[in-house]
Every structure is written in structure tokens, then in C-alpha cells.
Design a binder for this molecule. Sequence first.
Ligand SMILES: [Zn+2]
Length: 174
Amino acid sequence: MDQSQELRRVGLKVTHPRVRILSILQGRHPRHFSAEDIYRHLVEHSEDIGLATVYRVLTQFEAAGIVNKHHFESGQAVFELNRGSHHDHMIDLDSGKVIEFVDEDIERLQRAIAQRHGYDLEEHSLVLYVRPRRAARATPETAVPGRTPARSASAKSSASVKKVTPAQGGRQSR
Ligand SMILES: [Zn+2]
């Protein structure tokens, strides 16, 4: 379905800004845009569409159900095309990259938790805030079997020794 058909289908009049913004949202990569991202894209393609219009059109799209709006805590609101299928998000805190995922175990668990509390799950939104793994950059020596467990065992025992200290401090308060 092209943009004009899609706009008519949801009862919106076909206008140039709506067609252009919808076509940006329909692009393969990326799938998540802030209003500023879309505005920048339009400027790069020499489109004379202002930021206020972008906001207005996105609000209309959201009301018409063709886009979903997310409020990720790492930044501004982000819009994506409503593709009719559920997914959750992960945000890379270093790059701002948005990663989509679906995990059947998590889906099932959330329904079970709601039921345990006497509810049916209607909807959920799950966002994981992540950073690239440091372990991937570990030096070969730290990966030698036998050494790492020994190190973590000693770390554990020193931690339990430390736990004793606050109890000793208690004597002075009497
Ligand atoms: Zn998404």
C-alpha cells in the first residue's frame, strides 16, 4: 500500500507533508525516529517542511494508529510505524541505538505475573537500558580456566570478612 492509500485508509487527507513523513517512517533503517530525526531527514532532502509541522503530523499519525510513540528515558520521544506486531526495546546508552526483541519466556512470565495478582495482561512496554559488553574485550590471560574462579572465590571471602566489621563497631554505641 502506498502512502496516499494508507492515509486515506485511516481517514487522513493526503497532503505533501503527510506523504513525505510517512514514507520516511516506512523506510527500513532505522525504524525509530525522534521528530528532530525526521525534520533533519527532510532538510537533507531539501523539503520545505517545518519542525512544527513534523510534530503535528506525527501527533495525527499517532491518533490515527499508524505510528506508536515511545518515551524512552534516555532521550526524546521516539516514533515508529505501527507494524501490528508486538516487540520490546533495548536502548544502547552509549550510542542511543534502539534494538528490538521478542522473547517468548518474558511474554509468558508477564502474563503469569498479572494472573497471579488477579489480572489479565492487556498491554506492556518493556525497555532495557544497556551498554556494550566489556567481557567481549577481555585479554586472553583472564580467560584461562582455573584462574578466574580462584580470583572470584577470594573476592567472595574478603567480602564476607568485611561483613563482620559493622557488628564490631556496634560495641561503641553502648
Ligand atoms: Zn520498535
